[in-house]
Design a protein around this ligand. Sequence first.
Ligand SMILES: Nc1ncnc2c1ncn2[C@@H]1O[C@H](COP(=O)(O)OP(=O)(O)OP(=O)(O)O)[C@@H](O)[C@H]1O
Ligand SMILES: [Mg+2]
Length: 309
Amino acid sequence: MQDPFTSRPTCIRGRTLPDAAQCAALQDDHERRLAALARFSAAAARVGIGTDPDDDLVLWAEDELSLLQSADELWAELASAATAFRVVTPIIPLDVFGFPPDTEDLVGEGSPRLHLIGSGVEASAFMAEDGSVYKFYMPHEGGRIGGSFSFARGIDVVVEAEASAGTYRDLLEKLLLINAVEGMPTEVIGVSPEGVVIAKQTLGERISEGIDVTPLLPAQLIEIPARFLRAHRDHPRLFFMGGRAWFVADTHEKNLARDREGRVRPIDLLAAPWPHRVSAHEPLVVDWLARAELDPRAPLLRPVADEDL
Ligand SMILES: Nc1ncnc2c1ncn2[C@@H]1O[C@H](COP(=O)(O)OP(=O)(O)OP(=O)(O)O)[C@@H](O)[C@H]1O
Ligand SMILES: [Mg+2]
C-alpha cells in the first residue's frame, strides 16, 4: 500500500490491522531506525558533536557534511551514518498533509485533508479520509520532544520515577514499544523541517470511561511491586524486550483503544529504560528483575525449598 500523503509504502490503513508479517516488518523498521540513530549519535560524539538533546542530529541536513566527509575516517563515518539515518527517517514538510505552509499551529489552522480527533501534551492526532490516524509530536523548548521518565532513589521506595521531557530517541523508543507490547500498530512517517515527528497509527475506538483497565492491559506488562517503584503515573509496569528491561506506564483509559476485532490496545504510553543504576543497591529488586525476565509471573520473593526452612 502507498500512503496517500507521502506516496511511500505503508501497512496502515484505517481500522484494518496489518497481518503478522507486516507487524514484524513494522517492528524491524522501528529497530533499524533506532540503530541508525544510535550509530549516528556515536559517530557525532566521536567528532565532539553534542548528542543530548538530539534534535540537531534528527534534523541534520545531508549536505552539511559533504565538504567535511573527506577530512578523515571519523567524519566519513559521520556522513555515512547521517545518510543512513535519513533513509529511514525522511524529512517531510507539513504542507504534504495539507497544513498551510510555515504554520506553527496545526490544531488551530488545520488541514482540509485531516480531521482532529484528539490532542494531548505530546501530540495532536488527526484522522485522514481513509480513517488512518496521523500523529504530530510537537517539539518543546530546548530540543526536547515527547516524554520519558527520570529516576532517583526514593526514601520509602527503591526507585522514584518522575515524568520528564524526552529526546527524539525516547520518542522513537516509545513508538517501538507501542508495537512491541502489541499496542495499536504504529509507523514513523518522518520528521518535518520544524522537528515535528509524524507517526501513523491504526484507528481504534475509544473505550468507555471509568472502567478498570487493569485486566485489559497487555499480558507482557509485568506489575511492579509498590515498594520497588513509585511513579505518579497510572499502571507502572516492567517490560522486557530484546534482553533489555523497560519501565512502561501511563496506559490509562485515554491511552487505550479497541481495535476492530474488539481487542483493547495501547495507543500511547510513557516509557524509559529501567534504571538499573538506581535499583542496583537493592538485592531484592535485582533478584526479582532477573526472575521476572524468565517468568513474568515470578513472585516478589524467591520460593524457598522446604528443606531450607
Ligand atoms: N489510534 C487511535 N485511535 C483512536 N483515537 C486515537 C488514536 N490515537 C489517538 N487518538 C485520540 O487522540 C488522543 C491523543 O492521542 P495520544 O494519546 O497519542 O496523544 P498524547 O499527546 O500523547 O496524549 P496525552 O498527552 O494526553 O497522553 C487520544 O487520547 C485519543 O482520544
Ligand atoms: Mg495520550
